[in-house]
Design a protein around this ligand. Structure first.
Ligand SMILES: Cc1cc2nc3c(=O)[nH]c(=O)nc-3n(C[C@H](O)[C@H](O)[C@H](O)COP(=O)(O)O)c2cc1C
Length: 315
């Protein structure tokens, strides 16, 4: 299959690959900038950051790329509106909202001409997003790493969404090779969003130990947990996971009440941030997609893009 450029409202990039936003601090400026430099869309994860930190991260990314950059924020965080508005005012190229969206965020984007792209997991939500003014939607299936909005396979939902809306549809979840990209584009997706493959890249902010966990993971090492956010989440079965299953986690202290709603079973922000800290692999919640076992090497983003495009075009 030939590579097609990805067009979302006023944005046009030569390679139809979006690097999914990955919190907390897995996808920061070096990763987003490297992806943008390859002609894809690089996404900074704003979740878990203050407005000041997010602005600094956007500026760092801008300093290393002239390509297209977006910000992803989880709708569940209390400072969602502040982060999204700050990123828009800072001139970010697009916003992707994860695990929900609000009516008013579309008007914030409209004011500055910034495309707003929600992640959805059903045709019903895709239709609502289109009606409210989304420039495109990311359709995410149950194969994805991180929080999940469905237990259904990507391709089933993708077909239903494509029949229901006219705005561009980007596919996410379990896409890890050029062949995978080709398959969802044949169904009708205009592009893909990929997370796990980039979490394990050289430019990812995950710690070296965490990248080794990705590298060692086998098919049976991936499981679903109940996240304090209120959604299921796909993770790797490390020591943290085992403690979570045994309900053997220490109390949250201190709690900054960063989420709009939280079960308080454990602090998800701390647990996710530990994936970036050296010496903490057993205290980290490691989000990963179903196909993590396909990752065999920690590679620079440029090599990942080259391989994916060669596979896509069958070279
Ligand atoms: C480590 C990690 C962290 C993630 N964090 C977020 C996030 O903060 N917000 C979000 O909307 N999606 C998040 N995701 C989902 C990705 O953006 C992407 O949609 C998903 O990983 C695609 O599935 P794949 O991992 O099989 O490629 C995360 C995924 C991973 C692996």
């Amino acid at each position: 299959m030939e590579t097609k450029e990805l067009i979302i409202a006023n944005i046009k990039v030569p390679v139809p690959i979006i690097q999914g936003g990955m919190a907390v601090r897995i996808s920061t400026a070096p990763l987003a900038g490297a992806v943008a430099n390859e002609g894809g869309i690089g996404i900074i994860a704003g979740t878990g950051m203050t407005v000041k930190e997010l602005i600094a991260e956007i500026r760092k990314a801008r300093a290393i790329t002239k390509g297209t950059l977006g910000v992803n924020v989880l709708f569940a965080v209390r400072n969602f509106a502040d982060l999204v508005k700050a990123a828009i005012e800072e001139g970010i190229d697009l916003i992707i909202s994860g695990a929900g969206f609000s009516r008013d965020m579309f008007s914030w984007g409209k004011k500055y001409g910034t495309p707003i792209v929600p992640i959805v997991s059903s045709a019903k939500l895709a239709m609502l997003a289109e009606k409210l003014g989304a420039a495109a939607v990311v359709v995410e299936g149950k194969e994805a790493g991180g929080h999940l909005g469905t237990d259904r396979p990507l391709k089933d939902i993708l077909k239903e969404v494509l029949k229901s809306i006219k705005i561009p549809v980007i596919a996410a979840g379990g896409i890890i090779s050029g062949q995978d990209i080709g398959e969802v584009m044949k169904i009708g997706a205009v592009g893909v969003q990929m997370g796990t493959i980039f979490a394990a890249s050289e430019e990812s902010n995950a710690s070296a130990e965490m990248k080794q966990i990705y590298l060692r993971a086998k098919e049976q090492d991936v499981a679903i947990i109940k996240s304090p956010v209120g959604f299921p989440g796909r993770v790797i079965k490390n020591d943290f996971y085992k403690a979570l299953i045994k309900k053997d986690l220490s109390n949250i202290h201190p709690c900054s009440a960063c989420l709009k709603r939280c079960s308080k079973d454990f602090c998800i922000m701390d647990a996710l941030l530990n994936a970036c800290k050296t010496g903490n692999p057993d205290k980290a919640l490691v989000f990963a997609g179903e196909k993590v076992y396909n990752i065999r090497e920690i590679l620079p983003v440029s090599t990942i893009f080259k391989t994916l495009l060669n596979e896509l075009t069958n070279k």
